[in-house]
Design a protein around this ligand. Sequence first.
Ligand code: FMN
Length: 482
Amino acid sequence: MWRPPQRIKWPVLPGAWPSAETAAASRLFSPLQVGPMRLEQRTWIPAMVPWRATDDGFVTQDVLDWYGRFAEGRPGAIVIEATGIRDVPSGPLLRIGDDRFIPGLRDLVETVRRASGGQTRLLIQLIDFLAIKRRPEPGKFFERFLRVTDAHREKLGLTDEAAIRAKLAAMPDVELDAVLDERDLESLRRGARERVTDTHLPHIADLPRAVPDLFAKAAARAKTAGFDGVELHYAHAYTMASFLSARNSRTDGYGGARENRVKLPLEVYAKVRAAVGHDYTVGCRFLSDDCIEGGNSVEDAAWFGAEFAKAGMDFLSLSRGGKFEDAKQPGIGESAYPYTGPSGYECMPQYISDEQGPFGRNVLPADTIRKAVRAAGCTTPVVVVGGMHGFEQAEAVLAADQGDIIGFARQAMADPDFFLKVKLGRGGEVRVCEFTNYCEALDQKHAVVTCKLWDRIDVKIDASLRKTPDGKRRTTAPAWVR
Ligand SMILES: Cc1cc2nc3c(=O)[nH]c(=O)nc-3n(C[C@H](O)[C@H](O)[C@H](O)COP(=O)(O)O)c2cc1C
């Protein structure tokens, strides 16, 4: 993963832990109404893909164990990982693009209810994404994938397609820059990636017609499965964030000015709302800043936040960055991963950082967005996420009215009992996240995600543990021995 050049190492200092009495009187552990859903406390586990679904997108025992384990800590809410809304193969990512996924998802809801004693509200993140190919072997690319055009014929002075392919395959890399266009070079060097601006492709031109219905049907299935609500994934490198992005130059009324870029996200929301009704929680996750050149700034995000709130969204969860545009070049046979560049760092900042450090980088942007939402006359709760791990840190954000709910992703993975320990005045027993991004590196390889602080514990001595396919790591955090 990319890291800031300053390479400043930040120790993780979670601050003082509260007594049970202080915790009981705190904002963090006070209830909050989020649309029709009541949170018992203002703690939230944001979506994290742990790569545990079957290859065709079904819930597995490992998925149930993973979320059941989080629920034992009784956070206010858990958001289930990005779950695909289309009925298309997408590897071991959860899917909700057909009714056949409902029974497994219902089991998931029941598991979390049981494990949290009904204390934790459960949402599911709904995602749409465009096609991305692995970086090809150059030989294969020239032989099979490149579409030979008149521009190639002209530049090479050749007419025969086979001769053109052979010539390009033998050409030194630097010379290719003069013959191939930007997109072909990208397909060769990083893998072909569709964009929302590829409106010459009928299915991309058609996204504004197709996508609202896909989201609406997925949300209706989530409601049927028993989830308390849905989170529309409008963040990072995926379809909806790409519509919102300042880089979206579509000319069909869905790109260009902010008013156009927000149109599809609002149409998706309207269709989802119509499908699930007003007594159901619907919110979205979007970026407080795209963190790439030419992308959205916090001012754009503040404007979008106010639009989403005015439209009636029940919560706004903020992330930042996580884009393909500045991602590292993948190896041959691998796919680009949107968390490997500077914008990826902003999404999941690690302990080797810059002067600002990795903790709470999204607090000030969230504050700006929340103020815009309030100025628009809306009380929509805002979820602040990014490097949050201490009670005092979280309480300070709430006390300063910079956010309404605190999201803890990697800290909750390091210790799913975090919430319960802090609430019971036993914060000293918390396994504090070191923010080394061990988990994120596994995610990048599409490997079963675990935490280095616990994944070797008892592995050699406990034959009954569920383990990763190589047998080396346990798949859930050890139980809290009280
Ligand atoms: C392994 C892993 C998987 C993630 N998957 C998702 C995801 O499915 N959807 C999403 O919106 N964010 C995802 N994220 C980002 C987190 O929700 C969160 O925004 C990020 O980790 C920063 O919060 P933290 O500092 O509390 O970890 C993922 C993060 C990690 C570490």
